[in-house]
Ligand binder design. Structure first.
Ligand code: GAL
Length: 694
């Protein structure tokens, strides 16, 4: 792969020959005698990108200021000699015991003010100056030593920054929060206005009085909570920059860190982080606590591609089978690892990496799957790993191509923090579930969806979905309105446009920022209790939410037949005509529709917008995605310019039966020619290099 973030100017290009196949490797856990065997087996499987030194600190600096790089030197050289490239960790992810024993003040505090101790990992406060000093000294040594090493292809800063320690409530964080607030608001009066502190006698007379939102008896000031999230995300990004700055002094190799675009971690605003990465990297694990883990994988991959501005990205970690941190750690079915991997590739990943190479024998991850399982090489899992390596080799020509999508959806971490506040209208709805529901519906309908940030240019899309975008800035709402005024089609769902950036309600009727665009006015929310079903006049069903909508120019497509908003509009459609030839359409959904109903509404919206599904909803188990060179681009820029346009059709069969679907070209997975109809066996994936005449 070869990629460079569009905003990165002169920064280095991450370049890997073909699709990378890689893993985390923790050789510190193994006797040196195992290392050679590991490298041989990596070659057998086709592994060509290995992450090292992620948790290396206590090995390479066993005592303060005393460094021992013998082991790391040796393994880097071994990998280099085998032609395997290295994704080198700076080693700072987890502080060694000598550091926390010497400086217990670096330990993090949770919201009730209690300390979290060492013994796990990432036990450090993001604002700790002492931690940062020691960590940067280590980075300096590592960068000095390996900055020019020919095996190093990528720098891996720390590990999953903020996975455990994103929100720290100790006194040092409190002080850093005040500095951040001063920079944002300048005066205490402005902060008081922004936070609405005239409520509950919360007026501050000085920044010195402000604390992080530690646990309270009554609910906390929501603006303070949102700002603390913003601060915490910025604080870790500042830490990333500090490591980056050290690396840059010694090395011109691209730098990244592994994001966690996932359902259960939400503490970093990756829209802010992404422009600072040389390449976007994500860790993704199937979450079997969700109703449809594969739909979430699909969503997370689309969002990661959004962070990469539509360009290629690196899947830095996933699992071959079970993880160890869910209540029920499910093994993957035969073929599932391959299907997961190729879904990520279909959605723009040009690198497929795993945690980890060899399954640990000790420690809390000893029951986490790996490329090389406890059972060894005489295992189905190992055979599938080797097979996957070969398959990825056959897909090398796909690198650099871009995913084709003409539907976009807005997504915002900031809104996630705000919309899921402590005192919201109903705990029966939450932001991510609404986003997932809309994404899953579009996926069922066969659409590939680009996830974009509020405020992003929407002009390339036929249809845009705005699910529950509670917090929205004027300028961001304006982009949506202008898009519709220019002929675009939008679907906005309930609890959108309600507050401004400071969490202040937009008065005059909901959904404040989108009221005019939608031609409606909502007088009151009327959520319902869990278990209560709502029926619409059409017979469609819904749950959780209703509201008292009045149409002010919009056409009413459906009404509530029962529940607290009976007789009121539930689905509306407003035509916005700027002139006789330009007509945009803004639909509104005032409830949480059941999947069939949501499909029906989005199917109509997509058809009216002339958005073209790549898949066929009559074949629900088959996910269809197309990657292509710039000549084929529907949306996005032209990063992958090429003289001869090429396109690749990914056919991912999630079902238990064989499927046939129209396609023409060469199947890169099997090497077979496909004439008109591709047959995709149950659970398999086919990748067709399409004939130009398609
Ligand atoms: C990630 C982490 C890895 C490993 C993995 C297990 O969060 O970066 O080090 O712990 O999870 O699933």
């Amino acid at each position: 792969m070869s990629t460079q973030h569009p905003a990165s100017g002169a920064r280095p290009v991450f370049s890997h020959d073909g699709i990378a196949f890689g893993c985390d490797y923790n050789p510190e856990q193994w006797d040196r005698s195992v290392w050679r065997e590991d490298v041989d087996l990596m070659r057998e499987a086709g592994v060509d990108l290995v992450a090292l030194n992620i948790f290396g600190w206590s090995h390479i600096e066993p005592r303060p200021g005393e460094y021992d790089f013998d082991g790391l030197d040796e393994i880097l050289d071994l990998l280099h000699a085998a032609g395997i490239r290295v994704n080198l960790g700076t080693g700072t992810a987890s502080a060694p015991p000598w550091l926390t024993a010497r400086h217990p003040e670096i330990l993090p505090q949770v919201e009730d003010g209690t300390t979290r101790f060492p013994g796990g990992r990432q036990a450090w406060c993001p604002s700790s100056a002492v931690f940062r000093r020691y960590a940067l000294e280590l980075v300096e040594k590592v960068a000095e030593r390996y900055g020019q090493h020919p095996a190093v292809e990528l720098w891996h800063v720390s590990n999953e920054l903020g996975c455990h320690n994103a929100l720290c409530y100790d006194d040092e964080s409190a002080e850093a929060f005040r500095v951040w607030l001063r920079a944002r608001y300048t005066t205490i009066e402005r902060l008081n206005t922004a936070w609405g502190t005239s409520f509950w006698s919360q007026q501050y007379s000085d920044f010195a009085e402000i604390l992080p939102p530690r646990l309270t008896l009554a609910s906390r000031n929501p603006s303070q909570v949102i700002d603390f999230h913003r601060f915490s995300s910025d604080e870790l990004l500042g830490y990333y920059r500090a490591e980056l700055e050290v690396l840059r002094r010694h090395s011109s190799v691209p730098v990244t860190t592994n994001f966690m675009v996932t359902a259960h971690i939400r503490n970093l605003d990756y829209w802010q982080w992404a422009p600072e990465m040389d390449v976007i990297a994500n860790d993704h694990y199937l979450d079997n606590r969700l109703a449809d883990p594969t739909a979430e994988l699909s969503f997370a991959a689309d969002l990661t591609r959004g962070l990469a501005q539509g360009g290629p990205w690196v899947l830095m970690e996933q699992s071959t089978g079970a993880v160890n941190w869910q209540p029920h750690n499910l093994a993957k079915a035969p073929g599932e690892m391959t299907r997961n991997s190729l879904t990520h590739v279909a959605k723009g990943a040009d690198a497929v990496c795993f945690f980890q190479w060899r399954a640990s024998l000790q420690g809390s991850e000893k029951f986490h799957s790996a490329l090389l399982p406890h059972a060894g090489t005489d295992s189905d899992l190992w055979r599938e790993v080797v097979d996957l390596g070969h398959t990825l080799d056959r897909l090398d020509e796909i690198t650099g191509t871009r995913v084709q999508a003409d539907v976009a959806m807005l997504f915002s971490w900031e809104n996630w923090w705000a919309a899921d506040g402590e005192s919201r209208p109903s705990h029966g709805v939450d932001y991510l579930s609404q986003v997932h529901a809309a994404h899953a519906s579009l996926r069922r309908l066969g659409h590939t969806v680009d996830l974009v940030r509020p405020g992003a240019d929407l002009s390339a899309y036929k249809l845009v979905i705005v699910p529950s975008l509670y917090l929205v800035r004027d300028a961001e709402a304006e982009v949506v309105s202008n898009y519709v005024a220019a002929g675009g089609h939008v679907v906005i769902t309930f609890f959108s446009g309600i507050v401004d950036e400071e969490d202040r309600v937009r008065a005059g009727g909901y959904p404040g920022a989108f009221r005019e665009l939608l031609g409606i006015n909502v007088e009151e929310f009327a959520p319902v209790l869990p278990g209560q079903r709502l029926t619409l006049a059409s017979g469609m069903t819904a749950t959780a939410w209703s509201e008292r909508v009045r149409a002010r120019g919009a056409e009413v497509l459906d009404t509530f037949a029962d529940g607290p908003s009976a007789g009121r509009p539930a689905i509306t459609r407003n035509v916005v005509a700027s002139n006789s030839s330009t007509r945009g359409v803004a639909r509104y959904l005032a409830t949480s529709l059941d999947p069939d109903a949501l499909d029906a509404v989005l199917r109509d919206a997509a058809a009216e917008a002339s958005a073209h599904p790549q898949g066929d909803e009559r074949e629900p188990g088959l996910e269809v995605i197309r990657r292509a060179t710039a000549g084929h681009a529907i949306a996005g820029d032209t990063a992958a310019a090429s003289d001869t346009p090429r396109s690749y059709l990914f056919l991912i069969n999630h079902s238990a039966h064989d499927v046939e679907t129209p396609a023409r070209g060469l199947d890169l997975v099997t090497g077979d020619t496909v004439d008109n109809i591709a047959r995709v066996p149950a659970g398999a994936v086919r990748v067709i290099r399409e004939d130009p005449a398609r």
